[in-house]
Design a protein around this ligand. Sequence first.
Ligand code: COA
Length: 337
Amino acid sequence: MSSAELSVFIRAIGVHTPERKLTNAELSTMVDTSDEWIKTRSGIAERRIAAPGENPSDMGAKAAAKTLERAGLTPADVDLLIVATMTSDVPFPSTACLLQAKLGLRRDIPCFDVSAACSGFVYALQVAKDMMRSGAYRRTLVVGTEKLSSVVDWSDRTTCVLFGDGAGAVLLETTPEKNVGLLGNLLGADGNNAELLHCAGGGSAAPATADSLRDGKHFLRMNGKEVFRHAVRVMAESCERVLAKCDVKSEQVAWFIPHQANSRILEAVASQLNVGMDRFPSNLERYGNTSAASIPLALEEAWKDGKIKHGDLVLIVAFGAGLTWGATLLRWHEPPH
Ligand code: COA
C-alpha cells in the first residue's frame, strides 16, 4: 500500500488548565465592568490564569503528557511535534523546542511552532496530516497552548474580560483504514485586516523600549465589532465549504466544535448553518477565549462527557488574528486496543 493512502486520526486527547480561576465578579473590581455585561455580551463567567512561571511550554507539556498516558504511549513513541501558540514563552527558540525538552521527547525529531493565532490548532492539524501522509511520521503531537493573560491589557475592559489561559493536545496516528480521522480541510487568511486584532510592539519592527512599554504597545488590541462580523461570516462559510468539499450535509455532522470566542458568535454561526445549539458544545463560560487551546479544550470535554463517539462526524472551525480561519471535518475513530 502506498503511503499516500494512509489516513490520519486522533488517537488520544488531553488538556491542562491552570488552577487559578478569575471570575467576572473579581474582574469587576479591576475594571469598570459587571458580571451581567460580560455574560450577556460574551457568555463568559470565569477564565483560568496561569501562575507566574507557568508558561505555555509547561502547560502544553502537561496536556501532552496526559494525552500520551491516555494513548498508552511514551515520549519515545512521538515522531513529530507541532505547537500552535500566539503567546510563545520567548521570541525564540520555539515553544515546541522548549516543550520537547520538558516532555523528554526524542532528540532527533522535528519540533516547530505554527503561528495562526486562534486558528493555530486547525492550521497545525493540517500541516501534521500532510507531513504524516507522506509516510515519514507515524505519530505526531499537536499542541495548542496559550498564556493570553501575559498579552492582555488588564486596564482595557474591552478585551481583558474575554481571554484566558490553558492548553490542549492530540496524538495523531496514521492508519491504513479508509474514511476515518481527518477527512477534509480548508484554511484561509486575509492579512489586509491584520490591524483588527494585533500586538504592535515587541517584535523586530518595534522592539520593546521604555516608550513602547509606557504606551502599552506590547498588549493585544482589538476592534471587537469588526472582528465579530468577520468571525461569523468566515466561520459559517468555512463550514459550508469544507462540507461541500467532502460531500457531507450538515445534518450528518454529529458535533460542531467551534473556536470558543464568544457565545453570540457561536449562536450566529449555528443559525447561519441552520444547526441547533445542542450540536455546538461549548465551555466558554468556564474558560473564555483561550486562542489555539480552545478547540482541543472543547473537543476533549465533548469526548470526556461521552458526547463524541466512535464513527461520529465532527466539524471543527476556527477564526483568529491575521486574520486567519480554518475548518476540519473528521470522523472520530477509536481503534480496538
Ligand atoms: N464592561 C462594560 N462595558 C463595556 C465593556 C465591559 N467589559 N467593554 C465595552 N463596554 C462598553 C463599551 O465601551 C460601549 O460603551 P458605549 O456604548 O458607551 O461606547 C458598550 O459597552 C458597547 O460596546 P460594544 O463594543 O458595542 O459591545 P459589543 O456588543 O460589540 O461587544 C465584544 C463587545 C468585544 C464583546 C464583541 O464585539 C466581541 O465579542 N467581538 C469579538 C471579539 C472576539 O471574539 N475576538 C477574538 C476573536 S478570535
